[in-house]
Design a protein around this ligand. Structure first.
Ligand SMILES: [Zn+2]
Length: 163
């Protein structure tokens, strides 16, 4: 039987088509700054296995289901993952991903989020190879936030966030 206390404990978002890219997460109620929104779940694999799976899935674009951890492994949101894998990138995001000491990753609201807003965080995506025009096109960003840099890619040398 649904009760108000139960509905307030339910997840504060829905997954639906995003104007930015593919599917996205949209707030179904106000989310206060600092709230934990969702854990980034998925199978934990090493980088070699991640490369192999990316090849299977058609190349580097699909790296965006991978979240890289400080110990060098990645979480593959494409296997045993949850809705967190649908969160889109934004250059000036309203959420951030934080890896805790135990290696678990949660998405937190960076600021108060209004009902209906799409949730996003900065992937700080790493691409070790040259940032050729083709690669830049493959990772083009259309987030529309004021600080948009036009790409998901972090400058080479950073090692944090999604890969
Ligand atoms: Zn952008």
């Amino acid at each position: 039987m649904p009760t108000s206390s139960r509905s307030s404990a339910a997840k504060p978002f829905v997954v639906k088509a995003s104007p930015v890219h593919g599917k996205g997460l949209f707030a179904t109620r106000k989310i206060p700054a600092g709230s934990r929104v969702i854990e980034y779940r998925g199978e934990r694999i090493d980088w070699d296995e991640a490369q192999r799976r990316a090849g299977e899935r058609g190349g580097p674009v699909n790296h965006t289901f991978f979240f890289s951890l400080h110990d060098g492994r990645v979480i593959d949101g494409g296997r045993r993952g949850n809705d967190a894998r649908f969160i889109n990138h934004a250059c000036e995001p309203n959420c951030e991903a934080f890896e805790h000491e135990d290696g678990r990753v949660y998405i937190y609201a960076l600021r108060p989020i209004e009902r209906g807003e799409e949730l996003n965080y900065n992937y700080a995506l790493i691409y070790e190879g040259r940032h050729t025009p083709a690669i830049k096109r493959a990772f083009a960003c259309r987030c529309g936030t004021p600080g948009c840099t036009g790409t998901y890619l972090a400058p080479n040398g950073r090692r944090k966030g999604k890969q």
